[in-house]
Design a protein around this ligand. Structure first.
Ligand SMILES: NC(=O)C1=CN([C@@H]2O[C@H](COP(=O)(O)OP(=O)(O)OC[C@H]3O[C@@H](n4cnc5c(N)ncnc54)[C@H](OP(=O)(O)O)[C@@H]3O)[C@@H](O)[C@H]2O)C=CC1
Ligand SMILES: CC(=O)N[C@@H](CCC(=O)OP(=O)(O)O)C(=O)O
Length: 318
């Protein structure tokens, strides 16, 4: 794969290495403005890393010019345009394209992704929550009611733009919940869980911001319908052939440091015998499995390449 075009409206004309010193050298690319016709001349695949509402227009332009598109925004994640409008405050202008888009949760929809030209890359919190829950709901090993998702994210989850609430002194040594009972990832999680359960599923989802650069830790409380051992074996077997999802033996608790910089999702589980609840613990790197890593995994699937091509599996520690 060769990167042929990187866009930015504000930094147009700067060399990529001047703007972003981490790019591998030598790299002669110059940042250009996001012009679909110019992008289409240079590329076969496009990753859209622009805000919600902006991506839909770009996706339409690029798909109609024959490109495969992986959209990292939420514009094609919610199948129902009225749900999208209710949560994102903008209408969907391309409902036909929305119907065609495939939700890019790689491990669950690999087959459909490989045949699609437009992928809705999942949100970071939904990726962490859905990977443990979808196979269990699908196999009726947990109840589809009273699912509580308590999730914590590093600050890079909010993007790179400057914002007072995300400045060092605001975030460091703090820990806060936000968008309580109103986060826009709730309908995304519910839509996928409902599909897996074959009926409507509602969840309580509370996101938190932690003073980490990257990482998501989701603690999920469910009512089990099978023993801890059966649930563990079902998850382990489901992901046995999947290169990036690792299911830990019951009682082994994953850490975000174990997935930092990788495309891994690590899942732990433990039954609380006192309450009868099962606790699922899921960790990902929000920027990799929660965003660009899963986007590359989806490109690999779309191109018919090995799924793990170019993707990091080992974390850097300490
Ligand atoms: N951070 C994360 O963990 C995750 C992010 N995402 C999603 O990925 C996308 C990118 O996120 P992230 O990189 O974090 O966000 P940033 O805010 O860091 O970057 C947004 C980018 O979009 C460009 N942009 C902004 N407005 C427009 C516009 N109207 N037209 C064209 N380009 C525009 C900006 O460049 P310029 O203004 O120079 O054009 C900038 O490069 C978003 O949709 C986000 O929701 C998905 C999963 C995880
Ligand atoms: C810490 C933080 O602010 N996180 C972001 C989620 C980022 C993400 O993955 O979601 P999208 O792709 O849907 O933007 C938030 O809560 O909005």
């Amino acid at each position: 794969m060769q990167v042929t075009c990187v866009t930015s409206r504000r930094e147009t004309g700067k060399s990529l290495t001047e703007y972003w010193g981490f790019a591998p050298l030598p790299y002669e690319l110059e940042l250009s403005s996001p012009e679909p016709s110019a992008i289409a001349e240079e590329a076969e695949v496009a990753f859209l890393c622009v805000p919600h509402g902006t991506a839909q227009e770009m996706a339409k332009e690029l798909v109609s010019r024959g490109l495969k598109v992986i959209d990292l925004s939420a514009d094609f994640r919610l199948a129902d345009p009225s749900v999208y409008e209710a949560w994102y405050g903008v209408s969907h202008r391309f409902p036909e394209l929305l119907r065609e888009a495939v939700y890019g949760l790689s491990e669950i929809y690999a087959e459909r992704i490989s045949k699609s030209r437009l992928i809705a890359n999942p949100g970071c919190y939904p990726t962490a929550a859905l990977l443990p829950l979808v196979p269990l709901l699908n196999r009726k090993l947990i109840e589809p009611r009273d699912i509580l998702i308590d999730a914590k994210s590093g600050v890079s989850g909010a993007g790179r733009k400057a914002e007072v609430a995300l400045a060092f002194c605001e975030v460091n040594e703090d820990f806060r919940a936000y968008k309580v009972a109103s986060h826009r990832h709730t309908p995304e999680i519910e839509a996928e869980l409902s599909r897996a359960a074959g009926g409507e599923v509602k969840v309580l989802f509370t996101p938190h911001l932690t003073p980490m650069e990257r990482g998501i830790f989701a603690t999920i409380y469910v009512h089990p319908l099978a023993s801890e051992k059966e649930i563990y074996e079902a998850l382990r077997d489901f992901y046995a052939e999947k290169p990036f999802v690792e299911v830990l033996s019951p009682g082994r608790i994953p850490r975000v440091a174990e997935v930092r910089g990788t495309n891994r999702c690590r899942i732990g589980l433990k039954l609380d015998p006192r309450t009868g609840r099962l606790i699922l613990l899921s960790v990902i790197d929000n920027l990799v499995k929660g965003a660009s890593g899963q986007a590359i995994q989806n490109m690999n699937l779309m191109m018919g390449w090995p799924e793990d091509l170019g993707l990091p599996k080992s974390p850097v520690f300490p």
